[in-house]
Structure formats: structure tokens, C-alpha cells
Write a new protein. Structure first.
Length: 494
């Protein structure tokens, strides 16, 4: 998330340094895609354009034929009717209307690194943060670089340093939550038994087994407590033991090309800000990664706080703007932890959970329930309180629709207009009074006059993160208050 946040801040001409401990991007198994709102976020910044789905393990033609013929073990959780559908608690029931992009996390990291370079971000790989001290004027950061230790002075420090965040620990921000109850592995490995299993997702007596061929990819999940030592190297025997216990076979693992071990501890930072220090992404929250909330949540954090941090750093807005980062994003993180705990509970083995899953499956066959859960796991439900400056309308606080707008120079989407990371005032009734009201903020807010067939309002003020801060039918006279609330004093009096 460090690169994403750096790009968000640099879009507003604020200098940023990224300190990354690793000398290069690490290609161990991590996220395998983004869904829902995370795809919209990429679109609104012109990231991952033209990148198409890249399955990590393309199946052979024979395997494709077997899958097409419906050859699966009858107990597979992956029904034929929902190919490619997303899952909650390994129940392939969701029929999402929102998009997904199934690519390894590392492709996203590469694209962000490219963008960061274009924006002039100073990305220092092989530089580890070892300590910091803050006062009213700034932050002094202790760094261990390839050429030895040095100190960096900055106005603000964002800890985007993952679940075991050094910066969070140094800040003293509490990280309460629940310990993991599972141990799982995600691996690309070779086994000696061609008849080991047909591909699919399976509930087993000890947990869950996922097996996909070509080359073989495995995910295991056992409810035998968290790993004894999460940092210990993973041996073939350890992973093979999990495969044997879950499959009930004597399968032998002959080699492993990539593997990670994971658990489901769920913890959240009590606040996302301590003075001049902010926490973003996994540094602010950890949880099980089933159904992939990590990147979506972290990207949502980064686009929420990036423009606010830039506005404060440029002196346009008061520091109190940064407190809306915690007030808006902390509840979303807490809700994700709840959903992920529920998902783990629903993957426990045993007849009681079997019964619960059957009940839930029935409910999820109903469109309304299915849509509601899909919205929850895709972050489509998010709505922020926009405060007294914005009279309530159906759009205020919600993510703005990606409207297709007609202008003299052609058609353009809202997402394309927001690629510069700026706020947007849509004037869809060509209202000169509205444009005059917004003129003092023209250095921060783009005003676009256009026609739109499915306009949900005559005018909308959209924050850089895509959320509607103000809209008609509110009285246009209330627009300056909303502009000042989010973007600072008008230029003439700033
Ligand atoms: C096996 C696995 C599968 C996953 N699957 C999914 C999925 O399908 N979908 C999904 O959305 N998410 C998934 N996740 C979670 C996702 O990978 C994380 O949510 C995401 O990487 C969080 O990004 P981050 O930048 O906050 O933290 P990280 O990716 O952990 O990045 C933190 C960075 O900070 C660096 N760093 C740490 N300490 C320091 C220091 N002191 N100084 C300098 N640099 C430091 C680290 O080297 C690292 O590069 C998965 C995770 C795992 C492990």
C-alpha cells in the first residue's frame, strides 16, 4: 500500500519517499486478484489498464476438457453452474455484478512502481525503518540503508509496513483482536500421485482442501490452531502432512516451487493516526485472506487518506481533516474483520457447520440476500457521513456512479475524469451559478459541464476517492460549505 499511497500523495505535487526493506518485489504466493471496489479504484487512477486475467497456472488442454465435461468429485464445493464466481467461506454462491481482475498481486505492485516513478516518487528499496521520533514540527525517521544507517526528516510518516508493522509497534497504537485458530498453506508443488484427487474445493474432516492442476496448486486449511512458529522455514514434510491429513491419502510431495503459510488472526489498530503518523493497509488491520479482502481494504485506505494528507501537507486544510481517515475507514476495517471471522467459522468442519452452510446456501439463492452479501464482501455498501456541510440526498456519502458524460469533445466516463486524483464537480444542467460558486476552488476541484442521459442529479461534488460529498437536490447555496469542508478555504481568502 506504500506505493499506492505515495502515488496518491504525489498526484498533488507533494514530495514522497518510499522506504522498502526488500531489494525487489517478492514473488511468493500472495493475493491472486482484486474484486469489487478495488477494481473501480484501479480504473479511477488508470492503473492496470489493459491487464487481462492471468491465471497463475494455466490448465493443460486435457485438464480443460475434463473440467468442461463436468468431471469433478461430487463433493466439490465448486459447482459447475457458477464457473469463476466469487466465494464467501468457500461457498461458490455469489453472482457478483461488480467486476474482478484475477492477477497476481505482484503485477499490481509492478504497475504501481512504474506509476510512482512517473510521478517522481523517491522509491528506495533495501531501506529498512528501524525507529522514529515525532514532535510538533515533523518526524525523524531512522533508516538502515544498504550503505549504513541514516536519518530522514519528514512532515508526516505513513506506516504501510504490513501486519507486523514496526511503525505501528513504535507508535504504541494498540492492536486488539483475536488469535488465529487455523493453519493453512498455499503452494505450487509436485506430488507423486497422478490420481491424488480430481480438481476442486473440498470440505474435509480436518478442514478444507483446494486442489487445482496444471502445475498442481494447493490450498489447505486445518483447524488445529495457529502455526507454532510463523517464521520457521516451511519443510516438505510439514506441507505433506497437511495434504495427507486432509486428503486421507499417502500422497508424497516431491518438490515445492512456491509456498506460504497463513493463519486467521484478526486484529485492528485502535486508531489509524497518532499525531504525524498514519497506518495504512495491513499495518492497520489483519484478518484471514479468504475471499481476498486485504488489497481491497488497503487500497480503500490509501485512496481515502492520500488526498487528505496532500491537502494538509500543502497547508490547504487543517490537520483535523486527517481525523476523518480513522472515522471513515476504521468502521469499514472492523466490519471486514467481522465478515472474515464469520467466514472462518463457516469453514470449520463438522455436521453442525454443515447444517449452517446448507441453511445459508438456501438464503444465498435468494437474489436480495445474495446481492447484500456480495455488496458486503466487495465493499459496495460503504457510505461515509459527510457532515453538516452536505444536506442529505440519496447520493451523498455513497460511491459515485461511473456516469458516461457527453461533452463537445466526445464522451467521457467519471472514472476517466478522476485519473488525475482531483475532486470533481459535475454540472449536468449547465448552471452558471453553480460554476461561479465553485470558481474559488478551481485550483483543487475540476468543474465539468456535460450532458448525461442517466444523470442521478443535476450536480454532484465527488471527492478524489470517488465518494459524493454534496449533490442536488440540495440548494446550490450550500455548495461552498461542502467545498470548504473538504478542500479548504477558497483561494481568494486562503
Ligand atoms: C498467502 C496469501 C494470500 C493472499 N491472498 C489474498 C487475496 O487473494 N486477495 C487479497 O486482497 N489479499 C490477499 N492477501 C493479503 C494481501 O497480500 C495483503 O492484504 C496485502 O499485501 C497488504 O498490503 P500492505 O502493503 O498493507 O502490506 P504488505 O504487502 O505486507 O507490504 C508491506 C511492505 O512493507 C515492507 N516493510 C515491512 N517492514 C518494513 C520496515 N521496517 N522498513 C521498510 N519496509 C518494511 C515489507 O517488506 C513489505 O513490502 C493474501 C496474503 C497472503 C499471505
Amino acid at each position: 500500500m506504500g506505493l499506492m499511497l505515495a502515488c496518491e500523495v504525489a498526484l498533488h505535487d507533494v514530495p514522497v519517499v518510499v522506504l522498502e526493506r526488500l531489494p525487489a518485489i517478492e514473488w511468493r504466493p500472495k493475493a491472486e486478484g482484486i474484486t469489487g471496489r478495488a477494481v473501480d479504484i484501479m480504473d479511477r487512477r488508470g492503473l492496470m489498464l489493459g491487464v487481462t486475467e492471468t491465471p497463475t497456472t494455466p490448465p493443460t488442454p486435457e485438464q480443460q476438457a475434463r473440467v468442461a465435461a463436468g468431471e469433478r468429485r461430487p463433493d466439490s464445493l465448486l459447482p459447475k453452474e457458477f464457473p469463476g464466481a466469487r466465494h464467501f467461506a468457500s461457498m461458490f454462491l455469489l453472482r457478483p455484478e461488480s467486476p474482478d481482475l484475477l492477477v497476481p498481486q505482484q503485477l499490481l505492485e509492478e504497475d504501481l512502481a512504474r506509476r510512482a516513478t512517473e510521478l517522481g516518487v523517491d522509491v528506495r528499496r533495501g531501506h529498512t525503518v528501524t525507529g522514529y521520533a515525532q514532535d510538533d514540527d515533523g518526524v525523524r525517521i531512522d533508516v538502515e540503508g544498504p550503505d549504513g544507517p541514516y536519518t530522514l526528516e519528514a512532515e508526516w510518516l505513513a506506516g504501510c509496513d504490513g501486519g507486523r508493522s514496526t511503525i505501528r509497534k513504535l507508535s504504541g497504537i494498540a492492536f486488539p483482536g483475536t488469535d488465529g485458530i487455523t493453519t493453512g498453506y498455499r503452494a505450487f508443488a509436485e506430488i507423486d500421485d497422478p490420481d491424488f484427487h480430481l480438481p476442486g474445493w473440498f470440505r474435509k474432516d480436518a478442514g478444507l482442501l483446494v486442489y487445482e492442476e496444471g502445475p498442481a496448486r494447493f490450498i489447505t486449511l486445518e483447524f488445529d490452531g495457529p502455526p507454532v512458529n510463523r517464521d520457521a522455514p516451511i519443510t516438505i514434510e510439514e506441507f505433506q502432512g497437511a495434504l495427507r491429513r486432509l486428503s486421507g491419502t499417502k500422497v508424497t510431495v516431491t518438490s515445492i516451487s512456491k509456498i506460504t503459510r497463513f493463519t486467521d488472526n484478526a486484529r485492528q489498530a485502535e486508531t489509524y493516526r497518532s499525531g504525524r503518523v498514519l497506518l495504512v493497509g495491513d499495518a492497520a488491520h489483519v484478518h484471514s485472506h479468504w475471499s481476498g479482502p486485504g488489497l481491497r481494504l488497503g487500497l480503500g485506505d490509501a485512496v481515502n487518506v492520500g488526498w487528505k494528507l496532500a491537502a494538509v501537507a500543502r497547508g490547504r486544510c487543517d490537520e483535523s481533516l486527517l481525523d476523518t481517515y480513522t472515522s471513515e475507514r476504521h468502521p469499514i476495517g472492523a466490519q471486514t474483520l467481522e465478515i472474515q471471522r464469520a467466514s472462518i467459522a463457516l469453514m470449520r468442519p463438522g455436521p453442525h457447520v454443515d447444517a449452517l452452510r446448507r441453511l445459508l446456501r438456501e438464503l444465498l439463492l435468494r437474489d436480495e440476500a445474495n446481492r447484500q452479501l456480495t455488496a458486503l464482501v466487495d465493499d459496495l455498501h460503504i457510505s461515509y457521513a459527510m457532515g453538516d456541510s452536505a444536506p442529505a440526498t440519496p447520493l451523498v456519502g455513497r460511491y459515485s456512479p461511473d456516469l458516461h458524460l457527453r461533452r463537445a469533445d466526445g464522451t467521457v466516463r467519471v472514472a476517466e475524469l478522476q485519473r488525475n486524483g482531483r475532486a470533481l464537480l459535475l454540472d449536468l444542467r449547465s448552471d452558471p451559478e453553480l460554476r461561479a460558486l465553485a470558481a474559488p476552488w478551481s485550483d483543487r476541484v475540476d468543474v465539468v459541464t456535460a450532458e448525461c442521459d442517466d444523470a442521478p442529479a443535476d450536480a454532484l461534488l465527488i471527492r478524489p476517492d470517488g465518494f459524493v460529498a454534496w449533490s442536488t437536490p440540495a440548494d446550490p447555496a450550500s455548495l461552498p460549505d461542502a467545498l470548504a469542508r473538504w478542500f479548504g478555504a477558497p483561494a481568494a481568502t486562503a
